[in-house]
Design a protein. Structure first.
Lengths: 116, 134
């Protein structure tokens, strides 16, 4: 399925193509600098707490070839980072609006399909 | 090797009925039926519905170990099957006849399933007013 490029973001001199919803057109484009640029573009700043959730998201995609909806994201975070962080409140604080969607975008995953 | 005939046949559906029963009757690849059925199961579970899956006919092939991606780099359905537990979908039934007809035993499958005999399959349908068949 061809994804249309809505705009590009310049990261370290390289144009990075984004789809109309701001997700990467090519998932291979992802790097930590790209994640930082995507976050900055949103007016967000990534802290170590964000990075560890991004790592969980990327690991989830490696294992299951899909970006998680909210419930499985909470479960995956609980499994990797412990009971305390595996809560929707914690994730909502890190990624206001929608942790599953915003997190997937910053982690360079496609938009979660099971998440409306 | 454990075969399903060695296992005690479940004559009644022991697990409490789920909110939604998804019946999967198509094998991986060749059509979108299996993927669509699994997608519906995952969406329902993402919204907090308790989902039970029943594998019938060639649908039992969805559970086979050692599957690979499809031709032309298409995604397979096995990662979706592996992902079920992350969506808390752990009620998996399979037709005992379908497994036996295809010579499949518990060792051939990625996940443990509860084999149901014909009577139990009928009961399973009777217990689930909401069933979607793929």
């Amino acid at each position: 399925m061809a994804t249309t490029t809505a705009r590009t973001l310049l990261v370290e001199g390289q144009p990075i193509a984004l789809d109309p919803e701001g997700y990467l057109v090519s998932l291979d484009d992802w790097s930590e600098s790209v994640a930082e640029a995507l976050a900055a573009d949103d007016g967000r700043e990534l802290t170590p707490a964000h990075w560890e959730v991004i790592a969980v998201l990327r690991d989830f995609y490696q294992r299951f070839e899909a970006a998680p909806a909210m419930r499985p994201l909470v479960k995956a975070v609980k499994q990797s980072l412990g009971e305390e962080k595996g809560s929707s409140i914690y994730l909502m604080q890190l990624f206001p609006e929608s942790p599953a969607k915003v997190g997937a975008r910053l982690a360079g995953l496609p938009k979660p399909t099971n998440c409306l | 090797m454990t075969t399903f005939s060695d296992m005690e046949t479940v004559s009644d559906v022991e697990t409490v009925p789920q909110d939604l029963l998804i019946v999967l009757r198509h094998p991986p690849h060749g059509s979108q039926w299996l993927r669509e059925g699994l997608d519906v199961a995952l969406v329902a579970a993402a919204f907090g519905q308790r989902v039970g899956l029943l594998f019938q006919g060639d649908g039992v092939y969805a559970l086979l170990k050692g599957q690979q991606a499809g031709a032309l780099g298409q995604k397979g359905t096995h990662p979706q099957i592996a992902m079920l537990e992350m969506y808390d979908i752990d009620t998996l039934w399979a037709s005992e006849t379908a497994l036996a007809e295809r010579g499949l035993s518990a060792d051939d499958l990625m996940l443990p399933v509860v084999p149901l005999n014909a009577e139990a399959v009928a009961e399973c349908f009777a217990l689930h007013p909401h069933a979607l068949i793929f």
